[in-house]
Design a binder for this molecule. Sequence first.
Ligand SMILES: Cc1cc2nc3c(=O)[nH]c(=O)nc-3n(C[C@H](O)[C@H](O)[C@H](O)COP(=O)(O)OP(=O)(O)OC[C@H]3O[C@@H](n4cnc5c(N)ncnc54)[C@H](O)[C@@H]3O)c2cc1C
Length: 434
Amino acid sequence: MAATPHRIVIVGGGAGGVHLATRLGRRLGRQGRAEILLVDRDASHIWKPRLHEVAAGTLDSGQEQVSFVVQASRHHFRYWPGEMRGLDRTRKVIQLGALADRNGAEVLPARALSYDTLVIAVGSRANDFGIPGVREHCSFIDSRDQAEEFNAALRNQVLRCLSGPDAATLDIAIVGAGATGVELSAEINTALDFAAGYGVGDIRRRLRLTLIETAPRILGALPERVADAAQKELRKQGVTVLTGAQVVAVDAAAMHLKDGRSIPAPLKVWAAGIQAPAFLAELDGLESVRSRQLVVRPTLQTTRDDHVFALGDCSFLLPEGEKVPMAATAQVAQQQAEQLARGLEAMLDGKKLPEFRYKHGGALVALGHYNAFGSLGRLGLLGDGTFIQGRFAQWTYVSLYRRHQLGLYGFWRSLMFWLADLLRKGHAPRVKVD
Ligand SMILES: Cc1cc2nc3c(=O)[nH]c(=O)nc-3n(C[C@H](O)[C@H](O)[C@H](O)COP(=O)(O)OP(=O)(O)OC[C@H]3O[C@@H](n4cnc5c(N)ncnc54)[C@H](O)[C@@H]3O)c2cc1C
C-alpha cells in the first residue's frame, strides 16, 4: 500500500501564503511528494498593498482578484475554505470555525483539519490600541470587504456634499501616516480628480483631508528623504499633515487629540499600528509577543514547535544582532514564502532547514497619479539607498505588483494580464462613480 503523502497545511492565502502554496504545489504537489492544502476564510486573494486603491475607488477588486479554486487547480494544491480558530498541537489538527454566507446562514459546520507541517500566514490588521470610539466610528482597510465598505461610504459622502450648500466640505481624517495612510490620502485625491473629469462637480476643491500621526514624522519606516518628499507632495495636494498628534478618543463627529484639538470628520479611517489576529495570542502554548505575532526562529519555525511555522505580518522575527524585528511588509512576506518553499522541500529530503536572510529590495511609496518616491535597495542596479522619484519611481512601484503576478502566474500569463490591464485602462472608467 502506498504511503500517505506528507500533508502541508498553509493557513492564509495573502501576499506570503498564496506564493508558498503555488510554489510548493508546482514543486511537491505535482510530483505527489506532498499534499498541499491552502486554508483561507475568503474565496479569493487580492494583493493587500492595493487595498487603498479599492478604498478610493480607483481599482475594481473583482478584476484583480485571484480565485483560490482556480489557482489551486492550476498549481497542484487544494483550497479549503474556512477560518482558523484554534490548534491542537498534540493531535496535529487545526480547528476551523463554521462557514456562513453573507446573510449569516451556516454553509459548513465547524471542522478540524489534520496536518504534518503547518504554516500560519494569517497577516495583520491595524491596531486600535484600545482607544475609545475607534472600533465604532472608524473605517479600517485591512480586507477587501472593509476597503469596499469605505468606498461606498466615500461615494455617499461625495453625493451629500455635492447636493448640499456651496460651502459644504468633504471632511476626511486618516490616522496613521505609514504607507497605508499616506497612499490612501493621495489616492482619494486622485479618485476625486478622475471623478471631476467625468463631470462629478468640483468636489476636489471641497476636500478637507487631515492625516494624523503620533510620531514626529510621516513614513517612519522609510528613509527621511523619502518621507520629506512625500510630505511636500501631500501638502501640494492640499492634505493637512499633523505629526506628533495623538488621538485619544473618537466619536461620530470628530477625532479628539491629546492637546485638546478636535478634527471634525464624518469619514474617519484608522490605519495606525499593526496587530496579528486575536486567536494567535493564546494558540496552544505557542510563544507570541504583545502584538500577538508568533515568535519564530530564522528557519521560520515557531520557538516551541518544529512542525509549526509562521511567516509574514503574523510572525515576529528578530534577526541576530538587530534591534528591530522584520518589518510587516509584502516584500518580507513574499521573500519568506520563497525561502520556506525551498526549506520545506529540503526538509522532506531529510536536509537541514535554511535560515531566512532578507534582501532589502528598496522602499517605495506611491502618491496616486501625482508622484512616487523611494530609495533603492541592494537589488537596485543604481546602488543601495539611491533616492528615486517621478516616473521611474512609479514604474518601480508598479513592478512590485508585476513581480507578485509573475510568482503566481508565470511569465506568459502575467504578460497577458499586463496587456489586458493596458487595454482596460483605455476604455474602462478610472474611478467608481456609480
Ligand atoms: C493599504 C495597504 C497598503 C500597503 N502598501 C504596502 C506597500 O506598498 N509595500 C509593502 O511591502 N507592503 C504594503 N502593505 C503591507 C502588506 O500588504 C502586508 O505586509 C502583506 O500583505 C502581509 O502579507 P501576509 O501574507 O503576511 O498577510 P496578508 O496579505 O494580510 O494575508 C493574510 C491572509 O490570511 C487570511 N486570513 C486571516 N485570518 C484568517 C483565519 N483565521 N483563517 C483563515 N484565513 C485567514 C486572509 O483572508 C488573507 O488572505 C500595505 C498594506 C495595506 C493595508
